[in-house]
Design a protein around this ligand. Structure first.
Ligand code: NDP
Ligand code: GDR
Length: 326
């Protein structure tokens, strides 16, 4: 039975990747950091019905010794480094913590692999945020990076360290440059989920407006379920490499609002308010990915379109709020 270690197992992608790997017959190990709220920490895994099929191992991305011990004891075939301080807005409030976890933390995982189990195949969760102030209209693996937040700077460190460990030590280390991907399990602070949760609360009479920040930013949004499959595909390649994972379509925050509100029979214009306090110190205005390499080399293609994604998220949020009201 193949064994995979997932850091960030309690997050959105960790949950979908666990479900995907379990369906492929893997033994899944999840890195779990100690929390005083351990009763709620597996909520996403429970939602997908996979929590009790995962072996949790105690560790933290900031604690190298715990990672070395896990790699030495369990010798996983594949290591997926998904753990991060992943919210861009918070990275201006906690830039150094973000650097420690999102940047140096990836270095800790790479070191643990190099020291304790270099045969493991390694996946790094890189990000389209690294393109930041875009240097080409459509971003591919060869587009120069221009990070616009402490988060993106930290991700760039982790990205290049992954490339460097592949070239220096021969590790099978791949970096997935993933564009935004969403789902009903998206964290509530990210814009799509803020919108679909807001639609649900307005629809059920629990709120009468939705404050948002920059409505003109555009993102290339896909579904997390499609994207975790691409992570796995990268580690099945004979030669490790880096891949852009995206849909090739970009949509503004405003248009996402229109799609989500209209799914619930509402008009976004009646409820969305711009709150200047939600603007970022430096914005990534437009992102649009070119997933051509992933399709040509791995046969990967996004399957879920934006309307279907938004509908699934709105329906899930309405169901959640209905269950609370009852
Ligand atoms: P989430 O924010 O949902 O999950 C982050 C995970 O990291 C959580 O499991 C969290 O644990 C864990 N974590 C945070 N700090 C530590 C730490 N010190 N030690 C161990 N674990 C820690 O992120 P997503 O699932 O959305 O994203 C997964 C990865 O992909 C992240 O690295 C993100 O930056 C990256 N990414 C995401 C994209 C997206 O659109 N979703 C696009 C491109 C890249 P806890 O539950 O305990 O807080
Ligand atoms: P992003 O996602 O920063 O792209 O990072 P987020 O959903 O937070 O923002 C997307 C865009 O929406 C604008 N926006 C708002 N954003 C939030 N969160 N809340 C609001 O009220 C709001 N109003 C407008 C933002 O300014 C921005 O332009 C996500 C994360 O998952 C990263 O970890 C990942 O690396 C990238 O996607 C790819």
């Amino acid at each position: 039975m193949r064994k995979a270690l997932i850091t960030g197992v309690t997050g959105q992608d960790g949950a979908y990747l666990s479900q995907f790997l379990l369906s492929k017959g893997y033994h899944v190990l999840g890195l779990l950091r100690r929390s005083a709220s351990s009763d709620v920490i597996g909520a996403r895994l429970s939602w997908l019905g996979v929590l009790d099929q995962i072996e949790m191992v105690d560790g933290d991305l900031q604690d190298l010794s715990s990672l070395i011990r896990i790699l030495a004891d369990h010798k996983p075939d594949e290591v997926y480094n998904l753990a991060a301080q992943s919210f861009v807005a918070t990275s201006w409030q906690q830039p150094l913590l973000t650097g420690q976890v999102t940047g140096i933390g990836a270095g800790h995982v790479l070191e643990a692999v190099r020291i304790a189990h270099p045969q493991a195949r390694f996946y790094q969760a890189s990000s389209s945020e690294m393109f930041g102030k875009i240097q080409q209209d459509k971003q591919s693996e060869s587009t120069p990076f221009y990070p616009r937040s402490p988060y993106a700077v930290a991700k760039l460190y982790a990205h290049w360290l992954t490339v460097n460990y592949r070239e220096s030590f021969g590790l099978h280390a791949s970096s997935g440059i993933l564009f935004n991907h969403e789902s009903p399990l998206r964290g509530i602070e990210f814009v799509t989920r803020r919108i679909t949760d807001g639609v649900a609360r307005i629809k059920l009479g629990l709120a009468d407006e939705l404050p948002l920040g920059n409505l003109s930013a555009t993102r290339d949004w896909g579904h997390a379920r499609d994207y975790v499959k691409a992570m796995w595909m990268m580690l099945q390649q004979d030669v490790a490499d880096d891949y852009v994972i995206a849909t090739g379509v970009t949509t503004s925050v405003k248009d996402f609002c229109d799609i989500a509100f209209s799914h619930a029979g509402l008009r976004a214009v009646d409820y969305v308010k711009v709150d200047p306090g939600r603007m970022r110190p430096a914005e990534v205005d437009v992102l649009l990915g070119d997933p051509g390499k992933a399709e040509a080399k791995m046969g990967w293609k996004a399957e879920v379109g934006l309307a279907q994604l938004a509908a699934e998220m709105v329906d899930a949020d309405i169901a959640r709020h209905r269950a609370k009201i009852k």
